[in-house]
Write a protein that binds this ligand. Structure first.
Ligand code: AHR
Length: 501
């Protein structure tokens, strides 16, 4: 064990972009116990008069999630939105072929909109462009966003919502490039239907924004040509292009696993390049930005999920129990997204409760998984403007290429007069003494250094032992003659916050 040196350089005037708060979004799919037993469980003492779990609402408000994507995911590609409205007793029970389960529709569109209010968040609603088409797309926007006086808007009012839901952000299907997707399409087929769906939806409500499906991952054989063709077909009506990425460590190679953020970074750069290529071909001033609307670690539950019985209701599915090294990678991925804040305007940690999630529940409580912490810290302390952050540090060879030992991003908030450093030290053996010139931030002092570390990379939080992996406050840092001196211990997530005195 040694202490190594590194330097972070910023300039107060050299900004990447203001952070769009939607970069801290999340995702709830009708899948496993995300909805049922996750956010909705009538009959529990902890649930409110609408059957919404107060314990998960509290934890979601603690993260301060600004936006939640809903209702899928693979689920949405076979979903009939009309099944999810009207009297609950009359709602159809349907099979969901995507996940091999029964969906009762007991929790539907109105219940979700009610939940978003209590969770202090906004909806990002996905439409089905797999088994359905532009007529259903038109109808659901009319139902949600038209004031009244038409069939679907009056149906919403009859169902108890006098005011429009006013949903501003819409996903045009989900992972339509994936052969596993119900109604899977070629890039040209999807590009055409996305263009026409987006067009008719904006005819109903011109104030909405639309996210078209990019690839389900950069590993897809059609990656990049898919993006180019979809945008060639739908550029005029698309506002954002989606990216999805999940990483795992099945070979138990932690350095390679932690280097996955390099892969994510390359993915973002490539999609930006394709968007700008199509912009040039189209000779337009309009810029397409990115919606990284599924990102996380996902692999722990794969084997268990293969053994699940079919056609049951809300089984334990995709219930990854996250360990400490997963929290380090989630921190690095969050940093990667923020470093691209000029183009990544929306990003959804997938998902929010029980299903590959930062929050877990049982009938007796709710608790924070390890990955809860970097996500919550970034969301609550990472609002402001991203500064161009240069990190001078050693790197190591990985299967994703050269990986710096330290990932970092610095965010200033001129209104709150704060400066926040997020950093992950991926070195499993060595600490780093890191300096940063802060002379441009005269009068700022260290408010806190929050540290998440653990001796055991595989340590987890459980209902019985929820604080195994938990952040602590440390006081080793100093500002000396305009230089901030920080120590990042081996394998650690760090938040250093400065505030003007
Ligand atoms: O988040 C779990 C699943 O991952 C989603 O349903 C799908 O879009 C992706 O493949």
């Amino acid at each position: 064990m040694a202490v190594k040196q590194a330097r972070i350089s910023i300039d107060r005037e050299i900004e990447v972009s203001k952070v769009d708060e939607r970069i801290y979004a999340s995702f709830i799919e009708h899948l496993g116990r995300a909805v049922y037993e996750g956010i909705y469980q009538p009959g529990l003492a902890v649930s409110d008069e609408d059957g919404l779990r107060r314990d998960t609402l509290d934890l979601i408000r603690e993260i301060d999630v600004p936006l939640v994507r809903y209702p899928g995911g693979n689920f949405v590609s076979g979903f009939r939105w009309e099944d999810s409205i009207g009297p609950v007793s009359e709602r159809a029970h349907r099979i969901d072929p995507a996940w091999g389960v029964i969906e009762t529709n007991e929790f539907g569109l109105h219940e979700f909109m009610n939940w978003t209010k209590k969770a202090n968040t906004k909806p990002m609603y996905a439409i089905n462009l797999g088994t359905r088409g532009i007529e259903e797309a038109r109808a659901v926007v009319e139902y949600c966003n038209v004031k009244g006086g038409s069939y679907y808007s009056d149906l919403r009012r009859k169902n108890g919502a006098e005011d429009p839901f006013d949903i501003k952000l819409w996903c045009l299907g989900n992972e339509m490039d994936g052969p596993w997707q119900m109604g899977h399409k070629t890039a040209t087929e999807y590009g055409r239907i996305a263009a026409e769906a987006g067009r008719i939806m904006k005819m109903v409500d011109p104030s909405i924004e639309c996210v078209a499906c990019g690839s389900a991952g950069s590993w897809m054989p059609t990656f990049a040509s898919w993006e180019a063709e979809v945008l060639m077909q739908s550029y005029e009506t698309t506002d954002y292009l989606s990216l999805h990425s999940y990483y795992g460590n099945p070979e138990d190679n932690t350095p390679d696993f932690l280097a996955s953020s390099v892969n994510m970074d390359n993915f973002i750069r490539s999609v930006v390049a394709v968007c700008d290529y199509v912009k040039a071909v189209k000779r337009t001033d309009k810029q397409i930005n990115l919606s990284f609307d599924e990102w996380n670690v996902w692999y722990h539950s794969n084997e268990a999920d293969k053994k699940l019985e079919k056609w049951v209701q809300h089984p334990h599915q995709l219930e990854d129990i996250y360990n400490f090294e997963d929290a380090l990678l989630v921190g690095s991925m969050m940093i990667t997204l923020l470093r691209h804040a000029d183009r990544v305007k929306i990003a959804c940690l997938a998902q929010l409760v029980n299903v590959i999630a930062p929050i877990m529940t049982s009938d007796t409580g709710a608790w924070r998984q390890t990955i809860f912490y970097p996500y919550m810290h970034a969301s609550t302390m990472g609002r402001g403007t991203v500064l161009n952050t240069i990190v001078k540090v050693d790197s190591y060879e990985s299967k994703h290429g050269d990986a710096p030992y330290i990932d970092s991003v610095v965010i200033k908030d001129e209104e709150q007069e704060t400066l926040t450093v997020f950093a992950v030290n991926k070195d499993l053996e060595n600490s780093y003494d890191v300096t940063m010139d802060v002379r441009q931030f005269e009068g700022y002092a260290i408010q806190e250094h929050i540290l998440l570390t653990h001796d055991d990379l595989k340590a987890v939080n459980t209902e019985q032992d929820p604080d195994q992996v938990k952040p602590v406050r440390v006081q080793t840092d100093a500002i000396d003659a305009g230089t901030l001196q920080m120590r990042f211990p081996a394998k650690s997530w760090n938040v250093i916050r400065l505030k003007k005195q």
